[in-house]
Design a protein around this ligand. Structure first.
Ligand SMILES: C[S@@+](CC[C@H](N)C(=O)[O-])C[C@H]1O[C@@H](n2cnc3c(N)ncnc32)[C@H](O)[C@@H]1O
Ligand SMILES: Nc1nc2[nH]cc(C(=O)O)c2c(=O)[nH]1
Ligand code: SF4
Ligand SMILES: [Mg+2]
Length: 257
């Protein structure tokens, strides 16, 4: 089982910068402030964390991808047409080439970057969709995906999952931002409150309660059905925003949705 945060480079020498792409597809934005908006998704492979619940196993625990040049990615995005492009992963900001991709798309598209908030970027971003990872995301032998031994990742994930400087930079830099927490239950709320206070302490920009989104954990309709009402009730009582996972409601865990 690969335990690297990098993805092996292939050694063909096509012209130009390339990115490892797990999937590239058109769908509706399923999460966050832009839920429901038709969008093209560019999913890079490779991640510096290993959430036990990662719904993109083949970009983190077992990275799988085709290498595409930036020109090929831009051409594919053009052929799919929506005005909104979502660059996600894996963790898209582990790749230097992601900044170049964002710059190449910036004039023609509204750009959302989905990131775990441990790395920052200077590239143009319209919506920084930041999903800081809580203690409840840390992989253990008990909660890890089937047939996976988290090994060094329990400690590595725990050490790397929060970087306040990166969070502040992401919040300050993008035209708009959201802090989108994956919630597994009531116990997560104390950590969310404390982390939001920490971000407010370091970021040179107002973080409103309406910029803080609670999203139920769940990769499938059945899992979401078990978590969403509790998470919606928590959002209502703490004054944060709730976000559904529309794509899971609509298409369950099908690829390219
Ligand atoms: C696969 S991640 C890729 C982007 C980045 N690595 C991150 O974690 O934000 C895309 C989004 O899915 C969320 N996510 C992943 N697995 C999930 C799960 N089982 N339930 C709810 N949200 C999940 C992440 O928190 C993030 O907001
Ligand atoms: N429809 C849909 N909306 C999404 N919003 C964020 C996603 C992601 O995986 O980053 C995602 C996704 O995978 N599908
Ligand atoms: S940070 Fe994102 S891509 Fe990485 S393991 Fe967690 S949910 Fe998956
Ligand atoms: Mg997803």
């Amino acid at each position: 089982m690969p335990v690297s945060d990098t993805v092996a480079r292939d050694d063909t020498d096509a012209e130009g910068d390339r990115l490892p792409i797990n999937e590239l597809f058109a769908s509706l934005q399923g999460e966050g402030k832009l839920a429901g908006v038709p969008s093209t998704f560019v999913r890079t492979s490779g991640c510096n964390l290993r959430c036990w619940f990662c719904d993109s196993f083949h970009t983190s625990w077992e990275p799988t991808h085709a290498w595409m040049t930036l020109d090929e990615i831009v051409a594919e995005v053009e052929s799919l047409s929506p005005e909104h492009v979502v660059v996600t992963g894996g963790e898209p900001l582990v790749h230097d080439e992601t900044d170049a991709l964002l710059s190449a798309l910036a004039d023609d598209y509204h750009l959302t970057v989905e990131t775990n908030g441990t790395l920052d970027t200077d590239a143009p971003v319209d919506l920084a969709s930041v999903s800081p990872k809580l203690a409840s995301s840390t992989p253990t032998p008990e909660n890890a995906p089937a047939d996976v031994d988290p090994g060094v990742w329990t400690a590595r994930h725990e050490d790397a999952r929060v970087d306040l400087d990166a969070l502040a930079s992401l919040v300050e830099h993008a035209a708009e931002f959201q802090l989108k927490f994956v919630v597994t239950g009531r116990d997560d709320l104390d950590e969310i409150e404390s982390l939001v206070a920490d971000v407010r302490g370091v970021a040179d920009r107002e973080v409103r309660d309406s910029d803080v989104l609670l999203m139920p954990e769940g990769q499938t309709r059945e899992q979401l059905a078990r978590t969403r009402t509790e998470v919606a009730d928590l959002a209502a009582s703490f004054g944060y925003r709730y976000t559904p996972r529309l794509h899971v409601d609509l298409w369950n865990d099908a690829p390219e949705t």
